[in-house]
Ligand binder design. Structure first.
Ligand code: EPZ
Length: 420
């Protein structure tokens, strides 16, 4: 099994070009199911979750081609009737696959999609996804670990308030409503930038979608859609990860190909912690930051601080002069990285959904185990700032969402290599 070997305490400097967003690419690929005309998607990140979604679309019969070199996906389904069953073996590693349920049901009036199952960070229920589809007219039952959904007359637009904020359920709802008859008003939606990227993609296909409030959307469904060419937005979480790497061991580290205004919350928190950041129009530079101050952070839906950066900022907090606190409000088990960080010399205590990080603590290298995508990258960050050598096992977690992580870091003078 592959591992990453990191030798820390090396200052990193240079330029890191951010890849396209995994969490925008996945719903955009799901939405391609609605369209029989040509689709071109650019700046696609070549990461495992995207490859899995491409496999899933191929499995249901989509005419989809991925150009690894150009980071481009071409889809042209013409009048193909796609298979409407998504099997467990493709969903068990990537829960996001459940967002093909809405488009399959909306276009083909039926769908059988495996229940995604839980993961290291939580049980990952899909009740809100099903709630919305039922409101749009779907009949749904759960049998043998599958969601079996159908609608005889096709989905019909409605006024729907989501019971709680959910990124995936909002995406399923938007895509399903885009092909439904009539108009849908969704409220209490998630409004992550990746969802805005999805609605931009759907608008380009000819669907009338308007954000009529921070968490409110009006969608007029349409069945004949136009060819579309779309460039995926930058990866917000990859950007935040590398900004924190710069805060830990950077000295003039430039993060390019981004829209800093989307990272407003993260940048303001890091600046308050004493990180020296110069923000430009489409990039930012992190300078050597010595005196890191403690912080209290609670993870929230966008525009709050993202849960996907919680593990990463915790590593920076080990450097802070004082006690920091993180309240994890989104997932019930998202502190799996804490025991591993403590093995590297961190002093972190967990009380329920809150972690207290006592700093400053000098981390030291150790052999550690990755448990999920963002926990694994926090161990790499810890290795970069620790003395001597860190070995991060189960790197397949990391490969789900980071494109060429070690290459990007090595190009900025980090000592990090992949080993079998
Ligand atoms: C998306 O997951 C992201 N994944 C996650 O990123 C991210 O952490 C999460 O949103 C929160 O921002 C993708 O975009 C592919 P949710 P999702 O539905 O849609 C509960 C990464 O690292 N919930 O907003 O699954 C749920 O249990 C991944 O790239 C229900 O109760 O997140 C959680 O507590 C990890 N019922 C909360 O809502 C439901 O039907 C937020 O989940 C759905 C969700």
């Amino acid at each position: 099994m592959e591992k990453l070997v990191v030798r820390g305490k090396r200052k990193i400097s240079g330029v890191i070009k951010i890849s396209g967003s995994k969490n925008a690419t996945l719903p955009i690929l799901a939405a391609s199911i609605l369209n029989k005309n040509k689709i071109e998607i650019n700046r696609v990140p070549i990461v495992k979750d995207v490859l899995t979604m491409v496999e899933l679309l191929k499995h249901i019969g989509s005419n989809i081609k991925l150009d690894f070199k150009k980071k481009r996906i071409l889809i042209h389904n013409k009048n193909r009737i796609l298979k409407t069953t998504a099997p467990y073996n493709l969903l068990k590693t990537m829960r996001a696959g459940v967002i093909i349920l809405g488009p399959l049901l909306s276009r083909f009036k039926k769908a059988k999609v495996s229940l995604p199952g839980g993961c290291a960070i939580g049980s990952r229920p899909v009740d809100i996804h099903l709630f919305v589809l039922k409101k749009l007219g779907a009949k749904i039952k759960i049998k043998n670990g599958y969601i079996i959904a159908k609608t005889t007359k096709g989905l019909i637009g409605k006024k729907i308030k989501l019971p709680s904020v959910s990124v995936g359920a909002t995406e399923n709802a938007i895509i399903a409503a885009s092909y439904a008859k009539g108009t849908t008003y969704l409220s209490n939606c998630a409004c992550e930038p990746e969802i805005k990227d999805l609605t931009n993609f759907l608008k380009k296909m000819g669907i009338k979608i308007n954000w009529i409030g921070e968490r409110k959307i009006k969608i007029s469904g349409k069945q004949n859609l136009k060819s579309v060419n779309h460039k995926v937005m930058f990866d917000r979480i990859e950007s935040g990860t590398f900004i924190i790497a710069g805060a830990l061991i950077g000295n003039k580290l430039k993060i390019s190909g981004i829209e800093p205004k989307i990272l407003k919350k993260e940048i303001s928190i890091l600046k308050k912690m004493g990180v020296k950041i110069k923000v430009n129009k489409s990039d930012l530079i992190i300078f050597k930051s010595n005196k890191i101050k403690p912080a209290y952070i609670k993870t929230e839906p966008y525009p709050g601080f993202p849960t996907d950066l919680q593990a990463q900022i915790m590593v920076l907090m080990t450097k802070a002069n004082g006690v920091s606190k993180i309240k994890e409000n989104i997932f019930e088990k998202r502190f799996m990285h804490v025991p591993e960080l403590n093995r590297m010399g961190a002093k972190i205590k967990i009380f329920g959904d809150t972690s207290f990080i006592y700093g400053p603590q000098q981390l030291n290298g150790a052999e550690v185990m990755a448990t999920d995508l963002r926990a694994s990258v926090s161990l790499v960050l810890a290795g970069l700032s620790a003395g001597d050598k860190t070995i991060v096992n189960r790197v397949y977690h990391l490969d789900r969402g980071y494109e060429k992580l070690e290459t990007k870091l090595r190009n900025c003078k980090a000592n990090i290599f992949r080993k079998n």
